[in-house]
Design a protein around this ligand. Structure first.
Ligand SMILES: *Cc1c(COP(=O)(O)O)cnc(C)c1O
Length: 355
């Protein structure tokens, strides 16, 4: 039976990408060798890496603007540390909008002073703080564009004179933004781009070289840039699948085309959450709702069994909320078809009629 995969991450990828990836594992570019058993320095793989890096910049509109794209390892979680290691001299400003932002703050504190400009922690992160002040003497400002666990998303970003750094793990390539506002963007592949195992880092080169500490090679962005993202053996398979996904997105018409679909999916589901008396959204203000991860509850616990049995019947998978929020979370990443959201909405209506 066809599954409707609402998993928060690792998550759904385009079927055609999975097909091509599977083929490349057996026979890459008709070489009669597997993608994962050849040298990462072979011409065929260097092409994959170059292509993936170029496509990432192209989608973000950042080619020839002083930016470099890297595919590193260690997950977005290592970026929490690497950002601070490379950029934090004295003091950095952070916006605390959820578990991941909190983790980023924790790592930065190893290396300097952290100013938390605002936090939504006291309300279990159910809103995005606004109207905060960013100290102009901080080395950078760090924020999280989409809070995967709580289902909130920043709709606008502050204008500041200091470098703007953003963890875009769970909404990169999902909507158009002026990406040139950002000095560094990072995203673990497994939310909207590929398998776990690689992390995209897009970095404006001129922000580097300003801290006084010595930086170990593997943590040094400059080293990875100089080695064209091949300082050590890259995660060949995750990079390849990410490249295919970026190519798929390009063939589809790029971010502006996928954004239209993402808006349709989010509208369909949120309209039902608001209309259907059995359900309620988790996020306090509608304007803060994430178009990637919709968090909601079933008001009446007694209907839980019926609802979940029906979800199972139609092949809906991965809808359970994160343990720190409870309820349900529908992750609607780029590769999730509108049809899957419709199937979910139909079940919400069926439970309402039967209730
Ligand atoms: C999942 C996630 C992370 C953690 O990513 P890892 O690759 O597992 O380290 C960080 N930030 C956000 C916004 C996430 O959604």
């Amino acid at each position: 039976m066809k599954k409707h995969n609402f998993s928060a991450g690792p998550c759904i990828l385009p079927q055609s990408v999975l097909q091509k990836s599977a083929e490349a594992v057996l026979n890459f570019n008709n070489s009669n060798l597997s993608l994962i058993e050849i040298s990462h320095r072979s011409k065929d793989f260097v092409e994959v890496m170059d292509n993936a890096r170029a496509l990432a910049l192209e989608h973000l509109g950042l080619q020839n603007k002083g930016y470099q794209a890297l595919f590193l390892q260690g997950g977005a979680s290592l970026q929490f540390l690497m950002v601070a290691f490379n950029l934090l001299e004295k003091k950095a400003a952070y916006l605390n909008t959820g578990t991941w932002a909190n983790n980023a703050i924790k790592e930065a504190k190893f290396l300097g002073e952290v100013v938390e400009v605002a936090s939504s922690q006291s309300d279990n992160f159910n809103f995005i703080p606004k109207n905060y002040n960013i100290p102009t003497d901080a080395d950078y400002f760090h924020c999280t564009s989409n809070n995967t666990i709580f289902g909130t998303q920043m709709q606008s970003f502050p204008t500041t004179n200091i470098p703007l750094i953003c963890d875009m793990s769970s909404d990169i390539f999902s909507r158009q933004l002026d990406f040139s506002k950002f000095s560094l963007i990072y995203a673990g592949a497994q939310k909207n781009m590929g398998p776990a195992g690689t992390t995209l880092v897009v970095i404006k080169e001129d922000i580097l070289g300003k801290v006084s500490r010595a930086i170990p090679s593997m943590l040094d962005y400059k080293v990875h840039i100089d080695k064209e993202s091949m300082f050590n053996t890259p995660a060949v398979f995750p990079v390849y699948v990410s490249m295919l996904t970026l190519q798929w997105l390009k063939d589809l018409g790029g971010i502006s085309a996928i954004e239209k679909q993402n808006n349709q999916k989010a509208e369909l589901l949120y309209n039902e959450i608001d209309r259907n008396p059995l359900f309620e959204g988790f996020v306090a203000q509608k304007e803060d709702r994430s178009k990637m991860n919709a968090t909601f509850n079933l008001k009446n616990d007694q209907l839980k069994e019926t609802f979940e049995a029906q979800l199972k019947n139609v092949g809906i998978s991965g809808l359970n909320g994160h343990r720190s929020v409870g309820g349900y979370r529908a992750s609607m990443y780029n590769a999730l078809p509108l049809e899957s959201v419709q199937v979910l909405v139909d079940i919400m209506q069926a439970v309402e009629k039967g209730a």
